[in-house]
Design a protein around this ligand. Structure first.
Ligand code: CTP
Length: 415
């Protein structure tokens, strides 16, 4: 089971009069699919672009408009909506709406609700995803309003550089729904069980260059490591994600460090782990690299080269030394990729690398391990406990691993 910060939360989605309002329907749908209860408030201008019925249909919840503010059932509607909400997300937010929020002007249901949300400690977070033409966004008045809103604790998402309705290609596009949801997820997870804990995750394959165009690498995609970073964030941790080259988007809220070679990954991991609480070492580090790097492309005409290899450092061995000196990280989790003798090999790695937990996976299976979305792992604990998990998504495997490091970190705190 996956701890999903969206599930069972009440999200208020404010939609204002921008052409990006059509994307808000996708956003509402994805938030609902993620398990949130989504109530929408549309401004009058928003209803010119998109209908409340669209939101009611994708969320299964009421979508409110100005008419509801003045309706018979509307006794302090804005206060009720604000107090029930776990989070208010305004996407898209026009320059006009932001100006009203900055001023505390409350003349429609959305601005009334935003004001009723409050700015006290413990008030529900306010997230704003602006969308407008570039000149309007860079205008000193808009920038000043943004500054005021940020000072009061609002989270501003985007806008992004890209094609705008005016034909300009500039900064003003609303951030894509998937990324906005990443921000919502991050805000909702901050008080989770790993709150205040620093978790370092390594992911992906390293690349070991031979010449300017060629390198040695392996089939790891980075998916399991990225899923671990997301699961650690979902549990409230501060996350540093150190990855080899990959096209995967880093989860919102993680500090992302891009590395290429095993040496680079080792340096970044040792540095990040100096004060970390946990290290999840999911990267598939190349054990060998070409002994020589030629800075000119190796030409066919020079004949077939024999490539001599040299050993790369073992990052977990270096971490073991550093941990002995600094006492950090307090918990270290490794992975074992094995094609045979899975458990015996994993058990050896658990011991020799000084791990608290190792996730062993059989890379010869086609539905688990490299470059697929599912994984089947056996977890071996330092205390001898062994758990065979069924085939599950990499996100679920990640959540299971995070669930097991929570008590381990708790013990460390207690000691
Ligand atoms: N690892 C590491 N540094 C390396 C190689 C591996 O820190 N140079 C880490 C991996 O990130 C993983 C664990 O060690 O968490 C086991 O990796 P694996 O590739 O399964 O094992 P190896 O140590 O490379 O041993 P072998 O080649 O014998 O399988």
């Amino acid at each position: 089971m996956n701890h999903n910060p969206l599930s069972q939360t009440k999200i208020l989605l404010g939609v204002t009069g921008s052409i990006a309002a059509y994307k808000a329907a996708d956003l509402a749908s994805k938030l609902t699919q993620g398990g949130a209860q989504v109530n929408t408030i549309l401004t009058d201008a928003a209803t010119k672009f998109i209908s409340p019925l669209t939101f009611q249909s994708v969320t299964g919840q009421l979508a409110y408009t100005e008419a509801d503010l003045w309706g018979a059932q509307a006794h302090v509607l804005h206060v009720g909506l604000a107090h029930e909400a776990d989070l208010l997300l305004i996407a898209p937010a026009t320059a006009h709406t932001m100006a009203k929020l900055a001023q505390g002007s409350a003349d429609d249901l959305l601005s009334l609700t935003a004001l009723a949300l409050g700015t006290d400690e413990g008030s529900a977070p306010l997230l704003i995803a602006p969308a407008m033409d570039a000149g309007m966004f860079s205008h000193a008045a808009t920038q000043e309003n943004l500054r005021i809103l940020v000072e009061r604790g609002a989270v501003i998402i985007g806008p992004e550089q890209g094609h705008l309705a005016s034909g300009l290609v500039a900064k003003g596009r609303m951030t894509e729904p998937v990324e906005i949801i990443g921000h919502v997820r991050y805000q909702l997870s901050r008080s989770g069980p790993l709150q205040g804990q620093q978790v370092v995750v390594t992911a992906g394959a390293t690349q070991e260059p031979l010449d300017p165009v060629r390198y040695l690498s392996n089939r790891a995609s980075g998916r399991q490591g990225f899923a671990l970073a997301q699961a650690a964030l979902d549990a409230g941790a501060q996350v540093i994600l150190i990855s080899g080259p990959t096209h995967l988007p880093p989860p919102v809220g993680a500090e992302y460090i891009n590395t290429r070679t095993a040496e680079e990954m080792k340096a970044a991991t040792l540095q990040a782990c100096q004060s970390a609480d946990a290290l999840l070492m999911a990267a598939a580090v190349a054990d060998f690299r070409p002994a020589q790097f030629t800075d000119q492309k190796i030409k066919k005409s020079s004949g077939t080269p024999a490539i001599e290899l040299t050993a790369n450092p073992d990052i977990l061995a270096a971490i073991k030394n550093q941990r002995a000196k600094l006492g950090h990280p307090k918990v270290v989790v490794g992975f074992a990729a094995e094609s045979h003798d899975l458990l015996a090999n994993a058990q050896n790695k658990l011991k020799s690398k000084g791990l608290d937990l190792i996730a062993a996976n059989d890379i010869s299976a086609t539905d688990a391990g490299f470059a697929v979305d599912t994984n089947r792992v056996t977890l071996l604990h330092a205390d001898g406990q062994q758990e065979e998990l069924p085939l599950m998504s990499k996100a679920e495997v990640a959540a299971e691993i995070i669930k097991r490091i929570i008590p381990l970190l708790g013990e460390e705190h207690g000691s």
